[in-house]
Design a binder for this molecule. Structure first.
Ligand code: UDX
Length: 447
C-alpha cells in the first residue's frame, strides 16, 4: 500500500515513519523546502528519541521519501493524511484551520482514483465534513472518502505511542474508507489493538475529550495539592491511593507547576470554544484552563515565598525549562511564565536544561545558561526543579548543597523524598507536601 502524508512536523513525521515501519510506502510532503532538504540529508528537525534511527531505517529500505511536490504524495496513494498544524487563533482560541483546508484543496487537485483523505491533525468537530465539501468542489467527479484518525502521541514517547497504542480511532464516511484504514493498521490489528470505528464527528470529539480529560486530571490534582499544603497532607499519597481505584487510574495525577506543551493548552482552548460555538458550554474545561493559567503564575509566588518574601538581587538556579522531560519543546511551558516573573522580582536566573536551552533562549532573555545542573546551582540562594528530567533525580545533593549560598531547594516536581532532604539539611519546599525547614545554621553558609 502507499500513502501520502502532508506536513512533516511532529505528528506527520512520526506517523509517516511509523507507517513505513508497518511496510507501507510513504511519501511525506511539506511546503518548507528547507525542512525537506534537511530530512533528505537525514537531519531530523524535531527532538524525538529514536526518530532519527527509525527515519534512516525506512529511507534505507526505500519505503519513506520526502518531497515538496504534493502531487507526488497524492498520485496513486490509497490514503493521504493531513498532518499540518492547527495552532490556536490569537484572538479567540479557535483552532486555525487554514493550513488544513489548504492541504485539502491541494490534495483534491491531485487525486487519481479512489483516495481516503485522513485528518491526523487535531481538528474541531465538523472539520471532516468541511473537508468533504472542499474536496467535492475541487474534484467534482472524484472518488474519495474522508476519515478522522486522531493521534494520541506524547512528545518524547511518540514512536512507542504510535507502534503500541491503547487504541486506534477511525471516524469515516464509508465502510470502504474503514477497510483502507484497517489495512494500513493491520500490523497493530494482529496484536489485537482495539480499533474504535465511528463517525468523523465522534472521532473528532474523542480526541478533544481525551486530551481535555487528561488536562482535567492534572488541574484537579494540582488544586488538591494546594489543599494538602494548607492541611499538612501529602498529595503524592493522596494520588497514589486514588489511583488504586480502577475507575480513577494512577496516571496523570502528578501534581506539578501546571501543564504545558503543544497540545493540552491548545486543545482545551479549542474545546471550550467549540462548546460555546455549539451552545454546549464546557464549563469544567473552562475551569481547567483557568486553574492551569493561575497555577503557572502562582509557582513564581511560591518560589518568592520560599525565599522569605523577596528574591531581589538573589541568584536563583533553575533545573529544566522544557514543558516535560525528553523533549526540547518549550511551548506553553511553565518556565516561560515562572522565570520572567522571578526576573521581574529582581532575581538573577542561572538555568540548565539537557535539551531545551536552544529553543528556550530566544524566549527567555537575560537568563544565564549553564552547562549542567551543578553549574546552575553554584553560588545560588535557591535552586528550583521545574522539569523532571531523569538526570535531576540523582544529583549529588551534598555537592549541590555545599556549592550554594543558601541550601534552599524548591522541587516543583516532587522528585525528592522529604526524609532525605531533611537529613541533608536543605530548606526543602515541594508541591502538596509539608515544607522541610533546613538545619538553620546550615541554611546560610558560614560567611
Ligand atoms: C499530550 C497527550 O498525552 C497526548 O495523548 C496527546 O496526543 C498530545 O498531548 P504531550 O502534550 O506530549 O501529550 O505530553 P504529556 O506527557 O501528556 O504531558 C502534558 C503536560 O502535562 C506536561 O506539561 C506535563 O508536565 C504535564 N503533566 C503530565 C503533569 O503535570 N502531571 C501529570 O501527571 C502528567
Amino acid at each position: 500500500m502507499r500513502i501520502g502524508v502532508v506536513g512533516t512536523g511532529y505528528v506527520g513525521l512520526v506517523s509517516g515513519t511509523c507507517f513505513a515501519e508497518f511496510g507501507i510506502d510513504v511519501v511525506c510532503v511539506d511546503k518548507d523546502a528547507g525542512k525537506i532538504d534537511r530530512l533528505k540529508a537525514g537531519e531530523i528537525p524535531i527532538y524525538e528519541p529514536g526518530l532519527d534511527d527509525l527515519v534512516a531505517k525506512q529511507v534505507a529500505a526505500g519505503r519513506l521519501s520526502f518531497t515538496t511536490d504534493l502531487a507526488q504524495a497524492v498520485r496513486g496513494s490509497d490514503a493521504v493524511f493531513i498532518a499540518v498544524g492547527t495552532p490556536p487563533r490569537k484572538d479567540d482560541g479557535h483552532a486555525d484551520l487554514s493550513y488544513v483546508y489548504q492541504a485539502a484543496r491541494d490534495i483534491g487537485a491531485h487525486m487519481t482514483g479512489y483516495t481516503v483523505v485522513v485528518t491526523k491533525s487535531t481538528v474541531p468537530v465538523g472539520t471532516a465534513r468541511e473537508i468533504e465539501k472542499i474536496l467535492r468542489q475541487v474534484c467534482p467527479n472524484g472518488e474519495f472518502d474522508v476519515c478522522s484518525n486522531p493521534e494520541f502521541l506524547r512528545e518524547g514517547a511518540a514512536i512507542t505511542d504510535f507502534l503500541r497504542p491503547d487504541r486506534v480511532v477511525l471516524g469515516a464516511t464509508s465502510d470502504r474508507a474503514i477497510e483502507v484504514l484497517r489495512a494500513l493498521y493491520r500490523p497493530l490489528y494482529l496484536n489485537e489493538t482495539p480499533i474504535a470505528v465511528t463517525t468523523p464527528e465522534t472521532a473528532e470529539i474523542i480526541k478533544y475529550a481525551s486530551n481535555a480529560f487528561l488536562a482535567t486530571k492534572i488541574s484537579f490534582i494540582n488544586e488538591i495539592a494546594n489543599l494538602c499544603e494548607k492541611a499538612g497532607a501529602n498529595v503524592q499519597d493522596v494520588a497514589r491511593a486514588m489511583g488504586l481505584d480502577g475507575r480513577i487510574g494512577a496516571k496523570f495525577l502528578h501534581a506539578g507547576p501546571g501543564y504545558g506543551g503543544s497540545c493540552f493548552p491548545k486543545d482545551t482552548l479549542a474545546l471550550a470554544q467549540t462548546g460555546r460555538d455549539f451552545g454546549a458550554p464546557q464549563r469544567i474545561v473552562e475551569a481547567v484552563i483557568q486553574v492551569n493559567a493561575d497555577r503557572q503564575r502562582a509557582m513564581a509566588e511560591k518560589i518568592i515565598a520560599a525565599c522569605g518574601g523577596s528574591v531581589k538581587d538573589l541568584k536563583i538556579g533553575v533545573l529544566g525549562v522544557a514543558f516535560k522531560p525528553n523533549t526540547d519543546d518549550v511551548r506553553d511551558a511553565p518556565s516561560l511564565v515562572v522565570l520572567p516573573a522571578l526576573q521581574a522580582a529582581g532575581a538573577k536566573i542561572h538555568a540548565f536544561d539537557p535539551a531545551a536551552m536552544d529553543t528556550a533562549a530566544p524566549l527567555l532573555p537575560g537568563i544565564v545558561w549553564c552547562k549542567d545542573a551543578y553549574e546552575a546551582a553554584n553560588g545560588t540562594d535557591a535552586l528550583v526543579i521545574l522539569t523532571e528530567w531523569n538526570e535531576f533525580r540523582a544529583l549529588n545533593l551534598d555537592r549541590i548543597g555545599e556549592s550554594m549560598s543558601q541550601k534552599r531547594l524548591i522541587d516543583l516536581r516532587n522528585i525528592y523524598k522529604i526524609p532525605e532532604m531533611r537529613g541533608r539539611g536543605f530548606h526543602y519546599v515541594s508541591i502538596g507536601r509539608p515544607e522541610v525547614e533546613g538545619d538553620r545554621k546550615s541554611v546560610r553558609k558560614a560567611s
